[in-house]
Design a protein around this ligand. Structure first.
Ligand code: ADP
Length: 540
C-alpha cells in the first residue's frame, strides 16, 4: 500500500521559488570579477533566473543538455545554478584551476553546449575554444560595457544582453526528482577526471542534511559567505542551503585574499563561513598582523583537507570562532561527516574535547559508513583499527558520468572512498590517510596526515608533507618535507626532536628535507604523487 501524501517532486527551482516568496527582501551580495560589489534580493534573483530559463529555452536547450560554467562565486553564477537546473538541464561547474588538457577533456567529455564564463577567464576560454568544437557559444558573464573589443573566441555573447532579451514570465517545469541537475568532475590526481552527476533529489536531501544543527546549524538569521568555490562540489551545497533557510548570502567573487575576505566579513556582518584550511591559515596570519578580530563571524566549517589542530586552536582561542571540522568528497555531494560533540562528551576535560574535535567527525543522516580490512571484513569501532572507508546513501555517487564500466563502482552497494580511517566507539571518524598515501613500515601502517598535522604545529613550519620512501629494512619509512616560514630558521634535528613524546618512536620521520614550495593539485591539496616521484631515489 502506498502512502497518501502529495507526490511533490524535490526540485532545485523550488528552493529559489521558496526564498523569493518567503524571504523576498533578503539580500545576495557579491563581489564581481569586473570589480565592484553587487547587491540584490532573492526576489530579484528569482526574476533573473526565470529570464535565464527563457533565454536557455530560446537557445533550444533540452532536458539533460549540459551547460558549462567557468565562474567565481557571484550572483550571476547563482542564477546559472537555478536557471539551468530549473529547466531540467545540467549545470556543469568547471574548475578553472585544472590544467588546460584536463579542462579540454572535461568539456568534451561532458559535451557542454554553451559555456558561461567570468571575464577573468577570457584568456583561458580563448585557449580552450579551438579544442572544444561542440561548444556552440561562449557567454561572458558581464554587461555590454565590459565586453572586450576583440576576442579570439569564435562566438562570444554577452550575458546581460541575453537576459535583457527575455521576460521573467516563466513557470518552472515539473519532472522526476531523479533528473540530473548538476555535474562536477573530480580533479583526478592520477587518472582522468571523473564526472559526478547530481540529481534534484540528491541535492535537496543534501541541503536538508547540511542545515541540521549538528551540521552547518544555520538559520534565516545567519549571513553566510562560502569561500569554498561554486566551481568545486557546488560550494559544499551552500547556494542551495541559503535559499532553503532564507539567509543572506555573501559571494566573494575573485577576492579570496585575506584582506578582501576580512573586509567583506566585516562589511556584510557575516556569521558563518566554509572553506579549506589553506584559506584560514592565510586569514589567521592577516588577523595576527593587524591585531584584529571578527565582529560577527562565530562559526565555520573547515574541510576538504585535514584541519590541523593548531588552526582549530588558534581560531577558537585567539579569534573566538568555532571551527567545525568536516570530511567529504565530490562523490558524497560533499558532506559526509561533521564534528560536533555529543552531550556525554561535554563532561570531558577541555583537552579531551579538543582531541575529539580534531577528528573528521560523525556521520550525518543520509550517509552510512564502515571501515573494512583488505579482505573486506568490517573493522571494529574502537578508534584504533584502521581500514578502507566505505559509504552509501541517497547523496552518494552510484556511477560516474559516462563510465566505461557502468555498475562496477558500487556493485556491492558501497562506494570506496579511497580514504583510510578509524571510527571510535562514539562514532567519530578520523581519516588517517588516503589509501595510496599510507606509509607501510615493517608491516605496520603510519598515518602521514597525523605527522603532517604535528609538523605544522611547529612555529617555524609553513607547510609540511610526509611521504613513504623505500627503505631496505622496513620496506618504507616516512620522509618529512617541509616549507619553512619566511624569516624562520629551524634545523632538521630540531624538527625531528619535536616529534618526541608526541607519536610512537617508530612513527617519527626517518629524515627531513627542506623545500621552497610543495606541489599542489588544482584544488589546493598536496600532490603527493609528484612528491613521491621527486624523492623516488631518496636514500636515508
Ligand atoms: P578530489 O578527489 O577531486 O581531490 P575532493 O575535493 O572530492 O576531490 O576530495 C576528497 C578528498 O579530500 C577525500 O577523499 C579526502 O581524502 C580529502 N578530505 C576531504 N576532507 C578532509 C578532511 N577533513 N580531512 C582529511 N582529508 C579530507
Amino acid at each position: 500500500m502506498l502512502g497518501l501524501m502529495m507526490n511533490e517532486p524535490l526540485r532545485i527551482a523550488g528552493l529559489l521559488e521558496h526564498a523569493a516568496k518567503w524571504h523576498g527582501e533578503t539580500e545576495i551580495v557579491s563581489r564581481l570579477a569586473e570589480g565592484g560589489v553587487h547587491r540584490y534580493t532573492y526576489q530579484q534573483a528569482h526574476q533573473r533566473a526565470k529570464q535565464l530559463a527563457n533565454a536557455l529555452t530560446a537557445l533550444t536547450i533540452q532536458n539533460g543538455d549540459r551547460i558549462g560554467t567557468l565562474a567565481w562565486n557571484t550572483h550571476r553564477h547563482f542564477e546559472l545554478y537555478y536557471g539551468i537546473s530549473g529547466i531540467g538541464a545540467v549545470c556543469h561547474t568547471i574548475n578553472p584551476r585544472l590544467f588546460a588538457e584536463q579542462l579540454i577533456y572535461i568539456i568534451n567529455h561532458a559535451e557542454d553546449r554553451f559555456i558561461f564564463f567570468d571575464i577573468t577567464f577570457l584568456p583561458l576560454a580563448e585557449k580552450l575554444a579551438p579544442h572544444c568544437p561542440k561548444v556552440e557559444a561562449w557567454i561572458l558573464l558581464t554587461d555590454r560595457a565590459h565586453m572586450p573589443e576583440t576576442s579570439a573566441l569564435p562566438d562570444i555573447r554577452c550575458y546581460e544582453d541575453l537576459l535583457a532579451a527575455h521576460s521573467a514570465e516563466f513557470e518552472w517545469p515539473y519532472f522526476d526528482e531523479n533528473t540530473a541537475s548538476s555535474l562536477c568532475y573530480t580533479s583526478g590526481t592520477t587518472d582522468q577526471p571523473k564526472g559526478v552527476l547530481y540529481s534534484h533529489r540528491s541535492t535537496l536531501l543534501h541541503s536538508y542534511a547540511a542545515a541540521l544543527p549538528d551540521c552547518f546549524d544555520c538559520s534565516a538569521r545567519d549571513v553566510i559567505l562560502p569561500v569554498v568555490p561554486m566551481f568545486h562540489v557546488n560550494a559544499w551545497g551552500i547556494p542551495y542551503l541559503a535559499p532553503m533557510i532564507g539567509c543572506k548570502l555573501v559571494l566573494p567573487g575573485p577576492g579570496l585574499d585575506a584582506a578582501s575576505l576580512f573586509e567583506l566579513f566585516e562589511n556584510e556582518k557575516v556569521t558563518f563561513s566554509a572553506g579549506v584550511p589553506t584559506i584560514w591559515f592565510g586569514l589567521l596570519t592577516f588577523m595576527r598582523e593587524k591585531k584584529t578580530r571578527f565582529s560577527t563571524l562565530h562559526k565555520m566549517i573547515v574541510g576538504g583537507a585535514s584541519c590541523p589542530p593548531a588552526l582549530l586552536k588558534a581560531f577558537d582561542e585567539e579569534l573566538g570562532v568555532q571551527i567545525r571540522h568536516a570530511w567529504g568528497m565530490t562523490e558524497t555531494s560533499p558532506l559526509g561527516t561533521v564534528n560536533t560533540l555529543k552531550s556525554q562528551q561535554l563532561r570531558l576535560s577541555a583537552d579531551e574535547q579538543f582531541a575529539i574535535q580534531t577528528k573528521q567527525g560523525r556521520t550525518i543522516f543520509g550517509v552510512d559508513m564502515k571501515i573494512v580490512d583488505d579482505e573486506g571484513r568490517e573493522l571494529p569501532h574502537d578508534g584504533v583499527a584502521f581500514g578502507d572507508l566505505l559509504v552509501r546513501g541517497p547523496f552518494i555517487v552510484r556511477d560516474y558520468f559516462r563510465s566505461p564500466h557502468p555498475g562496477e563502482l558500487t556493485a556491492d552497494g558501497w562506494f570506496r572512498t579511497g580514504d583510510v580511517a578509524t571510527i571510535d566507539p562514539a562514532g567519530f571518524m578520523k581519516i588517517t590517510d588516503r589509501s595510496k598515501d599510507v606509509i607501510k613500515s615493517g608491516g605496520e601502517w603510519i598515518s602521514s596526515i597525523e605527522l603532517e598535522n604535528l609538523a605544522v604545529g611547529h612555529p617555524s613550519v609553513a607547510e609540511a608533507a610526509v611521504i613513504g620512501v623505500a627503505h631496505p629494512k622496513w620496506s618504507e619509512r616516512p620522509l618529512l618535507v617541509v616549507v619553512r616560514k619566511a624569516g624562520f630558521e629551524v634545523s632538521k634535528e630540531e624538527l625531528l626532536a619535536y616529534f618526541e613524546g608526541k607519536v610512537a618512536r617508530w612513527w617519527t620521520p626517518e629524515a627531513v628535507e627542506f623545500v621552497d614550495e610543495l606541489p599542489h593539485t588544482a584544488t589546493g591539496k598536496l600532490l603527493k604523487t609528484k612528491l613521491r616521484q621527486d624523492f623516488a631515489d631518496y636514500i636515508f
